[in-house]
Design a protein around this ligand. Structure first.
Ligand SMILES: Nc1ncnc2c1ncn2[C@@H]1O[C@H](COP(=O)(O)OP(=O)(O)O)[C@@H](O)[C@H]1O
Length: 196
C-alpha cells in the first residue's frame, strides 16, 4: 500500500498518543485484523485504518475548530471532537502521510458515524472500535459475539445503540448514522430475499 507504513505509524503512536489512547488504538488494530481475517478483508489495510482512527482525538478545541473551518466541514462539527476527529484524521492521512487507498481513508472518516453503503473494511473498523477488549458497556458481549457471526447485523445493532445513546443525551445526532441504519435494514432484507 502507498504512503506511510504501519511500522512508522506505530512509532508515531508510541511517541504522540496518551497511554490510554495508545492501548485502545492497538486493541482496535488487533480486533480489526481478526475481523478482516474472518470476513476476507485485507488485514494490513485494516491495521492502517485502525492505527489512524483516533490519532487526532486529543487535539485542542482551537486546533479542531481551525481544521473544521479550513477544510469546510459542516458547522455542527465545531467544538465536537466526537464527530470531527475521524474526518480530520482522514484528511491528514491523505495530505501528510500520503495514504492513497480510498477504502482505508473512508474507514477512518466514518468510523464514528457509519454511513450508507459502507464497505466491509468500513464496517470492520466501525465494529472493532466498539468491541475491542477494553470496551466495557452494557451489551458489549452480545455485540462481540454477533460481530463474528454476522457483520451487517452487528453493525445494525451498534448503530441503533449509538442513535439511542446520542438521543438520550440530547446531543446533535449526525444523520449518517440514521442513514446507515436504514440502509442496512434494507440490505439485510434484500440478502434474506436473495437467499430464499
Ligand atoms: N451520529 C452521531 N452523532 C453524534 N454523536 C455520535 C454519533 N455516532 C456516535 N456518536 C458519539 O461519538 C462518540 C465518539 O465515538 P467513537 O468515535 O466511537 O469513539 P473513539 O473514536 O474515541 O473510539 C461516542 O460518544 C458516540 O456516542
Amino acid at each position: 500500500m502507498q504512503g506511510t507504513d504501519n511500522t512508522t505509524i506505530k512509532k508515531m503512536i508510541d511517541e504522540q498518543l496518551s497511554e490510554k489512547r495508545r492501548i485502545h488504538t492497538y486493541a482496535v488494530a488487533e480486533e480489526a485484523k481478526a475481523l478482516a481475517n474472518r470476513y476476507g478483508a485485507d488485514p494490513e489495510k485494516a491495521e492502517t485504518a485502525a492505527l489512524f482512527h483516533d490519532f487526532f482525538r486529543g487535539i485542542s478545541e482551537q486546533e479542531l475548530n481551525d481544521y473544521v473551518l479550513q477544510l469546510g466541514f459542516k458547522t455542527e462539527l465545531l467544538n465536537n471532537n466526537n464527530l470531527a476527529h475521524g474526518k480530520i484524521a482522514a484528511y491528514m492521512m491523505k495530505e501528510k502521510y500520503h495514504i492513497t487507498d480510498e477504502d482505508v481513508i473512508n474507514a477512518v472518516s466514518y468510523h464514528t458515524t457509519g454511513r450508507p453503503h459502507m464497505s466491509n473494511l468500513e464496517k470492520i473498523i466501525f465494529l472493532a472500535d466498539a468491541i475491542e477488549p477494553n470496551r466495557k458497556y452494557p451489551g458489549v458481549e452480545e455485540l462481540r459475539k454477533l460481530a463474528y457471526q454476522d457483520l451487517d447485523r452487528a453493525c445494525m445493532l451498534s448503530l441503533e445503540r449509538s442513535i439511542d445513546y446520542v438521543r438520550s443525551r440530547g446531543c446533535y445526532l449526525d444523520e449518517d448514522t440514521v442513514l446507515a441504519k436504514d440502509y442496512l435494514i434494507e440490505e439485510i432484507k434484500r440478502k434474506e430475499y436473495e437467499n430464499e
